[in-house]
Design a protein around this ligand. Structure first.
Ligand code: ADP
Ligand code: MG
Length: 334
């Protein structure tokens, strides 16, 4: 089981309230991602759940029991850090065995869990190596292996892929998602990368300055962002925002249109601008357009081989049913 409930959990460091009182429900088996800009309190929130920090007020329930005053080892959770924190002088096998050895688990049970974790993580052939003889991705898998053998109620990951290069990150992302499918154990995953959040999460928790801005599935957040912050944070490239008369026409202070929700033409359309930069990714092309009189630059996603270049005139027409409207307070108007 891995139900985690936060009730009015609050954290201050000295005079600074890093997490204002916050409620959150995490269901058994869910893959929950905390996402938000650097410094918004993601790690602090995770460390409060792990018991590595004490709450200033509020309650943390794990599987229906009050865990607020329990130490980290008593909560039945396992944390995986960005810096793998492996023992360099120990073999992979011994690194994975370490928490079980500390807990005094019988040798044969230790062996069974090591074999099963190694198999799940493709580490069977590397059990006798030292961490120094492994790639970054393999080291991260050892760190996850050390968490798996504890058979925790939930895994807590704090930016586990940040030290890996881009290609490895994509690979590990899939591995962790697959592991979650297989283990069906609750996972809480912290990242500042909205692409990781969108691709991995059942449920995304968007944080800003310790506040929860929105909780929802990736597509909920993409389709119906509750405010301008979430609208601008989720989705890549970012949503375009337009204010003034063009927004007032739609009964809004600001309208938002995603780059992929704009029709583009060389000859006609509602908004006109000049292509500043054309980024060719092969599958897609991103046009960065200026001189629109609407926003400093607007980004549009077009087909891979769309032939517009620096200095060309472009006309843009937002898809009417894909326009997001926001009030002066930044909240969505629905
Ligand atoms: P994130 O993980 O989202 O980047 P953190 O949770 O690490 O953010 O930090 C949130 C805020 O709390 C930051 O302003 C940070 O400086 C502050 N903070 C974190 N840990 C401490 C601490 N031990 N003492 C004082 N301030 C801290
Ligand atoms: Mg952090």
């Amino acid at each position: 089981m891995g139900n985690i409930t936060l009730e009015k959990v609050q954290k201050t460091f000295g005079d600074v309230e890093v997490i204002p009182p916050l409620d959150l429900e995490i269901g058994d088996g869910e893959f929950v991602v905390f996402v938000g800009p650097s410094g918004c309190g993601k790690s602090t929130l995770l460390r409060l759940i792990a018991g590595l920090e004490d709450v200033s007020s509020g309650t943390i329930m794990i599987d229906g029991k009050d865990a607020t005053d329990l130490g980290p080892s008593q909560r039945g959770l396992a944390m995986v850090f960005q810096s793998y924190a492996l023992y360099p002088h120990m073999s992979v096998r011994k690194n994975i065995a370490f928490p079980m050895k500390m807990a005094g688990m019988p040798e044969d049970e230790q062996q069974r869990r090591i074999d099963s974790a190694a198999k799940a993580l493709n580490l069977t052939d590397y059990l006798d190596r030292k961490p120094g003889q492994l790639s970054g991705g393999q080291r991260q898998r050892v760190a996850i292996g050390r968490a798996i053998v504890r058979e925790p109620a939930a895994f807590l990951f704090d930016e586990p892929l940040s030290n890996l290069d881009a290609a490895l990150r994509v690979g590990m992302r899939l591995e962790i998602s697959e592991l979650h499918e297989r283990l069906e154990t609750t996972m809480i995953y912290v990242t500042h990368d909205q692409v990781e959040a969108m691709t991995m999460a059942d449920k995304i928790v968007v944080l800003r300055a310790g506040h929860i801005e929105q909780v929802g599935s990736p597509l909920d957040l993409y389709r119906e962002p509750r405010n301008k912050f979430v609208a601008g944070f989720i989705g890549s490239p970012k949503m375009n925002f337009v204010e003034g008369p063009e927004a007032q026409k739609h009964g809004a202070h600001t309208v938002g249109v995603r780059p992929e929700h704009m029709q583009v033409s060389k000859t006609e359309g509602i908004w006109k601008g000049t292509v500043m930069v054309s980024e060719h990714l092969g599958s897609d092309t991103f046009l960065h357009v200026h001189d629109t009189g609407l926003a400093e630059t607007m980004t549009i996603r077009v087909d891979g081989e769309f032939g517009l270049h620096h200095g060309d005139t472009v006309y843009m027409t937002p898809e009417p049913d894909k326009i997001h409207r926001f009030g002066q307070d930044g909240l969505r108007i629905s």
